[in-house]
Write a protein that binds this ligand. Structure first.
Ligand SMILES: [Zn+2]
Ligand SMILES: [Zn+2]
Length: 220
């Protein structure tokens, strides 16, 4: 099993810096594995993770657990929170972990010699006992995990747009098989339609600055 240091080296290499959110993500993943009794990083797909943010924390979780979007073992429900639910797909047990509200403050005594709050978090989060870092709650998923994972290899064709739909994401509507987009659940409209309805966000797609986690570049 890799050490915390080795896992943090991996996330830091992916981001060209190490930050408290990566540390939180790695520790959250490791703690979830401990609580669920699963050896991590997993070599199979038994653990499924629902991360409540993208970015640095999510990559920390991925490196610790080996749950990835591309392996279909990680789903991002973007609530903008450094929190995640870890599901043992064999037993159905689901644990939601979130940093305790006191965590920033509590990190300080673990890193008294550090110059800033940020640095205290970076160091403190590596040293604090996991129970002091995270609140843990048993939860029940609104959508059963079997449905989230779906049956691999399933394919359908949308009766409206003709595009292929994988993983049972099709919708049955008035006797037709439709993709979510054609069924009215689309996150986008075509540009011509956007002009018609004067969507405020249309000009936004280009030239948005890449956001980082608020930390200076080059931190090691
Ligand atoms: Zn970061
Ligand atoms: Zn369609």
């Amino acid at each position: 099993m890799p050490t915390l240091k080795e896992l943090l080296d991996t996330t830091a290499a992916m981001h060209r810096h190490l930050c408290p959110r990566q540390v939180s993500g790695v520790r959250m993943g490791l703690y979830a594995g401990e609580l669920l009794g699963l050896a991590l990083p997993q070599q199979d797909k038994r653990l499924f993770t629902i991360a409540e943010t993208d970015g640095c924390a999510a990559d920390g979780i991925s490196v610790a657990t080996n749950c990835w979007v591309g392996r279909r073992t990680l789903l991002v429900e973007d609530y903008g929170k450094v929190a995640a639910t870890f599901v043992d797909t064999q037993t159905g047990q689901a644990l939601r972990l979130a940093p305790r509200s006191s965590v920033r403050h509590a990190a300080r005594p673990y890193a008294p010699q550090t110059a800033s709050k940020w640095e205290a978090q970076l160091v403190g989060y590596q040293l604090m006992p996991a129970e002091e870092l995270f609140d843990v709650r048993e939860v029940v998923l609104r959508t059963p995990i079997e449905q989230i994972i779906s049956r691999p290899g399933r394919k359908a064709l949308c009766a409206a747009c003709g595009e292929e739909i994988m993983n049972e994401r099709e919708v049955a509507r008035d006797g037709l098989i439709l993709c979510r987009s054609c069924a009215g659940q689309s996150y986008y409209v075509r540009t011509a339609e956007a002009v018609e309805v004067e969507l405020p966000g249309v000009a936004l797609a280009l030239g948005e600055p890449l956001h980082h986690c608020g930390q200076e570049e080059g931190w090691r």
